[in-house]
Design a protein around this ligand. Structure first.
Ligand code: ADP
Ligand code: MG
Length: 700
């Protein structure tokens, strides 16, 4: 019955040679692989044009007529076979640069054909290069009534004459072979409830849809299944983990927490911070391992929330660690946490890649003896020698830069896994979070500390530069400080540094000493020089800091109120938002000025408009995801790939993601262990997908 595992070699028309190519080029090994090799688009071949109607605006046309003659023209590499093709409205040339033999042996003069291809102008003459050619009978049978599937191929395949059309032929043969042999994969009651067509129909129509409506239905059915299975796995995993992993129980809130809260906290917590601290406390007291992600916009006070939970861990006799994605950020955390805890008997240390051996040894001992309470650092924390005596809580300041696999590595260090809190500064849209962090619980800080005024954002073209300088001068006179940021993109680093230098010099000319102090920081400076400059800026001794994106993370200067972003069109949306988050940290009105040239792509325009329109990180993340697709959000890429979605798109199909999540939760609520006979049909797909996606989570 089920033939899907049959070797592709045996499909009529394929054979060993072509099978080998399909294996190596497209990873198609079996009937099933081919069946799930979907078209990337469809071409409507119901319309036949007349030659008189042709213009080069048309991307593809189809003509009916006869070849009058063949001839070879040109020399050497320009050598080509040309046919003149007529219908009763005119003539056009068909051109082949290779494969002449085949054409001349198979295509006859004066016989009626349907040709299909893209018209171009060459030597003032309309022609079609390498057209597809069909006899009228074959066209009537296979092409006239349906949308034609287009499949991706590779150079190597094309050189062996395996074109999109060849693959379509294989698909056609496959459908003949499989007739009726495709097993349903969803329970009947699910298909009925959600209006899904049977799988066999969908898999036929996705390749050979009769019309747009049947294509839409097939698409929907297949996407639904992909996302539904994914969500079932995620929800199952979540439920399963809650039953499986016992966690440390943090029963009490003790002296560390209380004395910090009462004597050290420099301000009132926001409502959102309080709410989140409660959520986390509840998790850590539940007896199950916490896996929670804390989303909050830049400046919303996540670090403080993390610290208060770390204190709860200490109160219960455990150690804690905080891992940051960069050395600058780790240092910043170390400094601010040390300051906040000043006077409390808490032992905090910093561990990064550049920590000296002597200090490393001290840290190792302190961890072992339990004297070291809080370890802050970069991924150096993942080194094998870092062994805690009693690790209770791991906080990861992720900024999207850690892969999920690294998270698993931290858990592995202990027999009872520590509680895990992941903080992320760029909020990711809910439907994506639900999937990428699918098995984590989500907390959101959706409120900024009081007194912050929303940042005003404007977009200026270069022509406004002088009036912008005037504006900056007035603010500097009022005692405020300014960032000017230049893009730094790996591929053209040299050019970028040139831009930065030129920009710095222009700034110095416009704001000359001794009235003004302008300074510059970038990633190629010695760390010591960079720190010195940053510290001077913090101390208010520098008016304008010209920088690359090194200031994106970790800098907290409340007196800086203007962020000027040069060549803003070259930044991604989430990066623009991160940069803007460097200002607006004090009580004064802050500004973000996006400078661009006149030449803007549509996407760049959309990004700039979005920045001007809103300060809301979630809204920005939504737009970002729509523009870039989820695969491009940093750090989510692996996960997206691992999900192995062929048709569904986590960004574009966000409604369906939500819909299938609800459906998955409902199904599992009724049948948590998937034991009911009507649901057993789901098991093969679930297991297959789970192997692909969740390997990293298998911890022993
Ligand atoms: P995040 O990590 O979310 O970007 P931080 O924790 O670095 O934000 O906090 C940003 C700034 O706001 C810090 O200077 C911090 O001390 C301050 N802050 C945090 N919580 C509050 C609060 N409730 N009231 C006033 N300021 C706060
Ligand atoms: Mg932070």
């Amino acid at each position: 019955m089920q033939q899907l595992s049959k070797d592709i070699t045996y499909l009529p028309g394929v054979g060993p040679k072509r099978a080998k190519l399909l294996n190596s080029e497209l990873q198609i090994f079996t009937y099933g692989d081919l069946l799930y090799y979907f078209p990337y688009k469809y071409v409507d071949r119901s319309k036949i044009y007349s030659i008189a109607e042709i213009n080069t605006e048309l991307t593809h046309i189809q003509l009916k007529g006869k070849i009058k003659s063949f001839r070879m023209v040109g020399e050497r590499r320009g050598k080509r076979l040309v046919a003149s093709f007529n219908d009763n409205t005119g003539a056009i040339e068909l051109v082949w640069f290779k494969g002449w033999q085949w054409v001349q042996n198979n295509i006859e003069v004066d016989k009626e054909y349907i040709i299909f291809g893209k018209p171009t102008i060459f030597n003032r003459q309309l022609n079609i290069a390498h057209p597809e050619i069909e006899t009228t009978e074959h066209y009537e049978k296979q092409f006239s009534k349906s949308l034609q599937p287009q499949y991706n191929t590779t150079e190597k395949l094309k050189n062996s004459y395996i074109h999109s059309k060849t693959i379509a032929k294989f698909q056609y043969a496959l459908q003949e072979e499989l007739k009726g042999g495709i097993r349903e994969s969803l329970p009947d009651y699910v298909s009925q409830k959600y209006g899904l067509q049977p799988l066999s129909g969908a898999l036929k129509n996705i390749h050979f849809p009769a019309d747009n409506e049947s294509l839409r239905k097939a698409n929907y059915r297949i996407k639904f299944e992909e996302l539904f299975i994914l969500q079932l796995n995620i929800v199952r995993l979540k439920v399963g983990r809650n039953n499986q992993f016992k966690g440390h129980i943090f029963k009490s809130v003790g002296t560390y927490f209380h004395s910090f809260y009462e004597k050290h906290l420099p301000f009132e917590l926001t409502g959102a911070q309080k709410k989140v601290i409660k959520e986390i406390r509840r998790d850590m007291g539940s007896g199950l391992q916490m896996n929670r992600i804390l989303q909050g916009d830049v400046g919303s006070g996540k670090t403080l929330v993390a610290l208060m939970n770390i204190l709860i861990a200490l109160d219960n006799g455990y150690q804690a660690c905080l891992m940051a994605p960069t050395e600058i950020l780790a240092q910043q955390h170390y400094r601010s946490i040390s300051e906040l805890l000043f006077g409390l008997p808490v032992n905090v240390r910093l561990l990064t890649g550049s920590t000296k051996k002597k200090i490393r040894d001290e840290i190792r001992q302190g961890l072992h003896s339990g004297e070291l309470h809080i370890l802050i650092g970069t991924h150096a924390l993942l080194e094998d020698y870092v062994q805690f005596s009693d690790l209770g809580l791991v906080v990861i300041d992720e900024q999207h830069r850690f892969g999920v696999a690294q998270r698993a590595k931290l858990w592995q260090k202990n027999t009872v896994p520590p509680h895990v809190l992941v903080m992320t500064a760029t909020p990711i849209p809910r439907t994506l979070a639900m999937t990428v962090y699918g098995d984590l619980d989500v907390s959101v800080i959706d409120e900024l500390p009081p007194g912050r005024k929303p940042i005003q954002t404007v977009h200026y073209y270069d022509s406004k530069r002088l009036s912008m300088f005037g504006f900056l001068r007035r603010l500097i006179e009022a005692g405020q400080q300014i960032y000017v940021v230049y893009p730094l993109i790996k591929e053209s680093e040299k050019l970028d540094y040139k831009d930065l230098e030129d920009g710095y010099e222009a700034m110095v000319r416009a704001f000359p000493p001794p009235d003004y102090v302008v300074a510059c920081v970038h990633g190629q400076m010695k760390p010591q020089d960079k720190d010195d400059t940053m510290n001077m800026f913090k101390a208010g001794k520098i008016n304008i800091l010209v920088a690359t994106t090194v200031i994106e993370v970790g800098v907290d200067v409340p007196n800086a109120t203007v962020m000027v972003i040069e060549s803003a069109e070259r930044f991604g949306l989430s990066q623009l938002h991160q940069l803007r988050g460097r200002v607006g940290r004090g009580g004064d009105q802050s500004y973000c000025i996006l400078m661009t040239s006149y030449k803007l792509s549509n996407d760049a325009k959309k990004r700039l408009e979005t920045m001007v329109r809103t300060n809301d990180g979630f809204e920005i993340a939504e737009v970002d995801m729509k523009l870039r697709g989820p695969g491009d959000l940093d750090g989510t890429q692996q996960s997206g790939l691992a999900f192995n979605l062929k048709l569904a798109n986590l960004a574009k199909d966000s409604d369906l993601v939500q819909y299938t999540r609800d459906a998955a939760e409902e199904l599992l609520a009724n049948d948590p262990a998937l034991e009911k006979p009507e649901n057993s049909i789901l098991l093969p797909s679930l297991n297959k997908q789970q192997n692909i996606s969740f390997d990293w989570r298998v911890i022993s």
